[in-house]
Design a protein around this ligand. Structure first.
Ligand code: GAR
Length: 409
């Protein structure tokens, strides 16, 4: 689910429309996690309170940016926000900003056209229809790409107030939530934080929105020997094969079964600890117990961590054995969410020591479509270092999978 920050200045009826749409399911791909008001007396703040949405008052762009940085939204919605945002602000937030404007753009818009003033100008001009527009915000006031519009007739005895009310009720509150939903659906959440160049080996375990279990295992490599590998299916398991012989090279750390199935359980790891866990589970032992007998890899200077995961019908576990200690994480399945753990935290200049993954396994959004997920993960791994990727979605009935190899068999 994407995070939405809503910026307001007044009554907040459009904010209310977003909240209602969340409740009814019209808006399901994103969730309002923050309301920022440019005025402390805005009724919108009361609405936020009532629905338990954290809110703040921010009087200028610097204050707004500092509030936004607390939640790092994926989308920003201007719902009755009465200020023009600067190019610098738009460039800094780097996420789509959506605005609702109470006229049919390109009429009655731009600087000076806001709130009731728009409807006064509409009536004065004598036009017979007006409406509302949802659009992306760029540096031109009300000038960004149009996402949705809806028109309404002007009645002979309309006042600015009655027209404003009708435009809101029949146009704004209808098209804003739908447009926000369509934008959220189009944004593909990234799997890795943007700066990550080299993650080493990685595991994702979790669940699709409809409740299928899912897993992914990937290999990135920098050295020639690490790159000379491919994944191959072996029954329901996954194995690694070398694509060239190298007599001077000990392949024990790079040849292993990354995935083994044991009844209802699947073990995924980056080394021969797959077998340690498999054997332990088979003889009544545990994931944790098995891994406590193992250590990080003996490959100075990096001492690559051993990462492992276990998927059972009731939950998933991950573990990392590194020099700093042995860590275990246990999760219940959550629809549409997965956890990502990888061996190296970030890239270092060539020749440096690769820092081990730190912190908790990262939360990842899992889409329903396997192809979509596998393709975007492969794309994010990048052409320079990716070696192989395997993704499987499964339920009680069976599974679908997708396998990528950079090298030819
Ligand atoms: C709405 O009509 C909105 O379209 C308009 O202000 C009103 C706020 O109502 N926005 C603009 O004029 C932006 N230029 P609300 O606070 O009840 O949502």
């Amino acid at each position: 689910m994407l995070k939405i920050s809503v910026l307001v200045s007044g009554g907040g009826t459009n904010l209310q429309a977003l909240i209602n749409a969340q409740k009814s399911g019209v808006l399901s791909s994103g969730k309002t996690v923050q309301v920022i008001s440019s005025r402390e007396d805005a009724y919108a703040l009361k609405r936020a309170d009532e629905f338990g949405i954290p809110s703040a008052v921010a009087k200028n762009e610097t204050e707004i940016l500092s509030e936004l940085s607390k939640v790092k939204p994926d989308v920003i919605v201007l719902a009755g926000f009465m200020h023009i945002l600067s190019k610098n602000f738009i460039d800094t937030v780097k996420v789509p900003i959506i605005n609702i404007h109470p006229s049919l753009i390109p009429s009655f818009c731009g600087e000076g056209f806001y709130g009731l003033k728009v409807h006064e100008a509409v009536l004065k001009s004598g036009v017979k229809v007006t409406g509302a527009t949802v659009h992306f915000v760029n540096e031109i006031p009300d000038g960004g790409e149009i996402i949705a519009q809806k028109a309404v007739e002007i009645l002979p005895d309309d006042t600015p107030e009655s027209l404003q009310r009708r435009v809101m009720e029949t146009c704004e509150w209808v098209i804003l939530p739908r447009a926000v939903e369509s934008v959220c659906r189009k944004i593909k959440p990234r799997i890795f934080p943007k700066a990550l160049k080299y993650a080493g080996r990685g595991i994702i375990t979790g669940m699709t929105p409809s409740g299928k279990r899912m897993l992914a295992y990937f290999i990135m490599g920098r050295s020639t020997s690490s790159k000379a590998r491919i994944f191959e299916r072996s029954g329901d398991d996954l194995i690694i094969k070398l694509t060239r012989e190298d007599k001077n090279f000990d392949p024990s750390l790079i040849l292993y079964s990354p995935l083994r199935v044991l009844g209802d359980n699947i073990i995924i790891t980056n080394g021969d600890q797959t077998d340690t866990v498999y054997d332990a589970l088979k003889s009544g032992g545990t994931f944790e117990g098995a891994l406590r007998t193992r250590e990080y890899e003996p490959d100075p200077p990096h001492y690559t961590p051993r990462i492992s995961a276990l998927m059972t019908p009731s939950g998933h576990k991950q573990s990392i054995l590194k020099r700093a200690g042995k860590y275990f994480f246990e999760y219940e399945y959550e629809a549409g969410k997965g956890r990502l753990i990888h061996t190296y935290d970030h890239d270092v200049m060539s020749g440096g020591v690769l820092p081990s993954f730190s912190g908790e396994p990262r939360e990842v959004i899992i889409p329903e479509n396997l192809e979509e997920f596998a393709d975007s993960l492969w794309a994010e791994l990048g052409e320079s270092y990716r070696v192989a990727l395997y993704v499987r979605y499964y339920d009680g009935e069976g599974y679908n999978d997708k396998l990528f190899n950079t090298q030819e068999a």
